[in-house]
Design a protein around this ligand. Structure first.
Ligand SMILES: O=C(O)CCC(=O)C(=O)O
Ligand SMILES: [Fe+2]
Length: 424
């Protein structure tokens, strides 16, 4: 495989070869297909492109301001720019650097918020503790998974391949009508949740998705790279894109709760919202109390392989449309796009690296289209590379992976969900 630096050098043979392949593959493409693209779609296309590799000169890369991250940036080839878009650093925060982007009110960036050691713990936690029963993963619909999850099963079989369990598909001979195979998250338009439509949402039927009738028994080791997400906290029903409150509430482990609450508490929200009088609540702007009242209760752990993308979407299933959503990046870096209330707003591109935290808060940012068009291959920082035997399998997996822990608060402060007894 050509190295990235070769692919970035137009005089190299590898670049010329990739160009030939690209021209061959796109020979019959209609040059007018792009005229209807929204600005968001055009940006997605640009950063997704394998050839020519995208120029990240317009992508905000706050790590370039931090001399302690120089090695991480240089080793990874991909580099954005510190002045690609307008941003402002919040003043007077002793240990944490926090930045806001005036074009997206409510967006707060905390580069390097999670220490190297905590990043490793979160990677272990994501794979070993979260991607398994009782949490749901994308694989559960289609396979009868081992209770300890495919990751732990695969770990146990590394020394003894005989333990590499063959996982059986859920569909039986009488399950007709093949559904979609396991894969990326599906985009379904849903009605934004709010306090007024909560009871109709919670009573909408949420039938289980039918398992694929075409997939074959598969070894745990082969399912590991097919892992795409695991839920945490309240369960999510992908078919209706609503929370399935009737299933009760899954746990939010203290290790993730603490990091999210620390991130929210670290921000001086007065500097974020200042005098804008953003209408965040019925009576008063709720940001004034977030440092105490923010309580994460749902979320998703996303697992991206380097060719995966997450299309433009809005997370609008939470009843609380303003409370901070905390998003933690681990492993390889990515280009994150965030725009406005429709795809017609041109998004701002932000390079997210391992340990960076993004907070999406307030009515504009929480309802803004966003997505991940590109995982930046070869950007695993050296602190996540192998130091000991225990870490080796994690490193092997992470070489082609980005993990994102995306944590939300479903219910606003003081909202008492009218749930059936025993449900939550
Ligand atoms: O991977 C990311 O940075 C964003 C993920 C996201 O937007 C989501 O899970 O809804
Ligand atoms: Fe999202």
């Amino acid at each position: 495989m050509p190295s990235l630096s070769q692919l970035h050098d137009p005089t190299s043979n590898e670049y010329k070869k990739a160009r030939r392949l690209y021209l061959k593959a796109t020979k019959n493409r209609d040059p007018n297909t792009d005229i209807d693209w929204t600005p968001f779609r055009a940006a997605e296309k640009k950063y997704k492109a394998r050839f020519p590799p995208p120029d990240l000169g317009n992508v905000l890369d706050l790590a370039t301001l931090d001399s302690t991250r120089e090695q991480e940036i240089n080793e990874g080839v991909w580099r954005g720019c510190s002045d690609a878009i307008e941003y402002r650093q919040l003043a007077g925060m002793a240990h944490v650097k926090a930045y806001v982007v005036p074009r997206i009110p409510g967006l707060v960036l905390l580069p390097s918020f999670v220490s190297s050691e905590k990043q490793k713990n979160l990677v272990r936690w994501s794979l070993s503790d979260q991607a398994r029963f009782p949490n749901e993963t994308n694989l559960d619909v289609h396979y009868v998974l081992p209770e300890q999850g495919v990751w732990n099963t695969w770990l146990n079989s590394r020394d003894d391949p005989a333990k590499d369990v063959l996982v059986i598909p859920k569909a039986t001979a009488d399950t007709l009508g093949a559904q979609e195979p396991p894969g990326p998250r599906q985009l379904i338009n849903n009605t934004p949740a709010n306090a007024a439509n909560f009871s109709s949402i919670s009573s909408t039927p949420k039938p289980p998705q039918a398992p694929s009738a075409t997939i074959k028994p598969t070894l745990s080791s082969a399912l590991v790279p097919k892992l795409r997400w695991a839920n945490i906290g309240w369960y999510y029903h992908w078919g209706t894109k609503q929370y399935d409150f009737a299933k009760g509430k899954g746990a939010i482990h203290p290790c993730i709760r603490d990091i999210c609450r620390d991130a929210v508490a670290a921000v001086d929200w007065r500097q974020v919202y200042g005098d804008t009088k953003a209408d965040l609540g019925d009576t008063e702007p709720d940001w004034t109390t977030w440092n105490e009242t923010y309580e994460p209760d749902a979320g998703i752990v996303n697992f991206y392989q380097t060719k995966d993308t997450l299309m433009a979407h809005v997370d609008r299933s939470e009843i609380c449309a303003t409370s901070p959503l905390v998003s933690i990046s681990l492993g390889n870096a990515a280009v994150f796009l965030i725009g406005g209330l429709t795809r017609d707003t041109e998004p701002v591109p932000i390079l997210l690296r391992s340990g960076d935290v993004v907070i999406m808060s307030g009515p504009e940012c929480r309802r803004a289209y966003h997505g991940v068009p590109r995982i930046l291959e070869g950007t695993l920082p050296s602190h996540l590379k192998s130091m000991d035997d225990d870490w080796r399998p994690y490193e092997e997996y992470l070489r082609t992976t980005r993990i994102n822990v995306n944590v939300r608060q479903v219910f606003p402060r003081g909202f008492k969900p009218d749930l059936e007894p025993g449900n939550g």
